[in-house]
Design a protein around this ligand. Structure first.
Ligand code: FMN
Length: 207
């Protein structure tokens, strides 16, 4: 009887110990994942100058798969990505924005982030989260990227969005949020500091 009690107590202690070890392990892993993600976000900067090294198609696809994983309103996934390559095409694309898009002219590749407005009224939000995913994915693969605003910007004759849809041959129910220029970085920027960036911008409200 006494032996049985000791055996049970030992088993219980072993179980508790292994639970606390695995929970320590998982919180350690979580912290490591957070740290990696924090570094990625701090190091992401808008890169507007690129080398002439081409980006492999596989890398572009890997970046855009992350864009496609972004959340969307009602899970309608209205956002689509159009990859524009070739100097002439990139120049024509940049011309669609009256204010200019110099980083598109410098880019190896540009991604037009557009949404099918028939699939949801919140297309701006849907396209914005997808665009941010793309910026972070590019950073994680060592590719420089920059958001070029198109929504609400003028083109040469109509809106920049309309002119881009007609240039790349997509239906007029699509709206373009932005063009993301991509290339291997030809400029270096220092990382942001999360402490500084979040100063006075985080507010807990409790009763
Ligand atoms: C909604 C939005 C619109 C932007 N539009 C442009 C743009 O048209 N051209 C450009 O060069 N950068 C543009 N940017 C990039 C910002 O200028 C840049 O993110 C900001 O200056 C902070 O710098 P960082 O990205 O290096 O941290 C835009 C960014 C956002 C989020």
């Amino acid at each position: 009887m006494c032996c049985e009690k000791i055996l049970l107590a030992t088993l219980f202690l072993c179980l508790m110990n292994s639970c606390s070890e695995s929970s320590n392990e998982s919180s350690k892993n979580m912290n490591t994942e957070y740290q990696t993600f924090l570094n990625l976000c701090q190091e992401r900067r808008s890169i507007r100058h690129y080398t002439s090294q081409p980006i492999p198609h596989k890398t572009i696809e890997d970046i855009l798969k992350i864009g496609a994983l972004a959340p969307s309103s009602y899970g309608q996934n209205p956002v689509e990505f159009f990859v524009i390559e070739g100097r002439e095409n990139l120049d024509s694309l940049a011309d669609c924005k009256a204010m200019g898009a110099p980083s598109v002219r410098n880019a190896q590749v540009a991604v037009v982030v557009a949404a099918d407005t028939d699939k949801g009224e919140l297309w701006v939000e849907d396209a914005s989260v997808a665009a941010e995913n793309i910026l972070l994915a590019a950073q994680s693969l060592g590719i420089g990227a920059c958001w070029n605003q198109i929504h609400l910007r003028k083109g040469q004759h109509t809106s920049a969005s309309r002119e881009i849809c007609s240039l790349i041959g997509i239906p007029s129910r699509y709206e373009v949020l932005c063009i993301i220029s991509l290339g291997f970085p030809a400029e270096q920027k220092s990382p942001r500091n999360a402490e500084k960036m979040s100063e006075n911008r985080i507010h807990f409200i409790a009763n």
